[in-house]
Design a protein around this ligand. Sequence first.
Ligand SMILES: *Cc1c(COP(=O)(O)O)cnc(C)c1O
Length: 332
Amino acid sequence: MLLTGFPRVSLAHLPTRLEILPRLSEHLGGPEIWVKRDDCTGLATGGNKTRKLEFSMGEALERGADTVITVGAVQSNHVRQTAAAACKLGLKCEVLLEHRVTNPTELYRSSGNVLLDRIFGANLREYDAGTDFDAEMENIAREISAAGGSPYIIPGGASNPVGALGYVGCGEELLQQCDEQDVRFDHIVTATGSAGTHAGLAVGLRGSGSDLPVLGIGVRAPKDVQEERVYKLAVEVADLVDKPGCVARDDIVADCNYIGAGYGLPTESMNEAVLMLARTEGLLFDPVYSGKALAGMIDYVREGRFTKDEKIVFLHTGGAAGLFAYADILDL
Ligand SMILES: *Cc1c(COP(=O)(O)O)cnc(C)c1O
């Protein structure tokens, strides 16, 4: 066990299910494809940030915080899950929303995740793309402290070493399920953005002695930038769980060829992937992260990079709440 001794609050429904997708596998005529259902973590429509928030919020409470401050894009799933967790724990939630997507539609600005943020009563502040959010969050923290409050900053995506512990736990959980369900995978595929999921998963697997290859499908940064970001975080996480050096640089692989025109902007292959999984398996994926990652996985199958005799597990990081914000952008 890599996670004993860290402050943690229970927020997620764990373990999430590990399920086979027979109709998708047949549809693609390819490998046996499974899904790890981290879209079903249970908090406010679920998603991958809930595992991370168990540790971020654990630390916030341990430090006596009464307010959490965090940041994300307007349709951030991380912000939505943080706002919900704050309500559940009786904390105030200050949110910095970045206008990261150019020419947003009315639905993008008002529906999906941001609607849920408002329902949770988070205090939303909006900023232009490229704002120095670390500095701005520090400013807000100082104001709160000066007024007698006790702020705790959660970085974007909860992707610091503490938040990434959530995905160390996911790696351990997956290995245990592989034993219980008697299945061995050749690859795990995940979306990779702010890097905590990818980094934590790599440490959870390698730190437990598994050499299962992890493929991150990028949603924002170019490959070299993304891999460096994940690796740097993985090194810190490995130190934190006392498995220094368990992840090697060439163990961190990101494929950033499925981003299209940019973060949060739809692609044809994402559109196809979202409809394919809905119509073969009754599963919902999102336009920004899991849908693009799925498009990558499908392309790997079609290109023969994942072969017919292999077994693949796709980590479903959630995000379907964002679909409503993309209702008039999806090609149905
Ligand atoms: C945040 C998010 C990701 C990416 O996870 P990171 O830890 O930021 O790399 C993937 N999918 C969904 C749905 C997300 O909200």
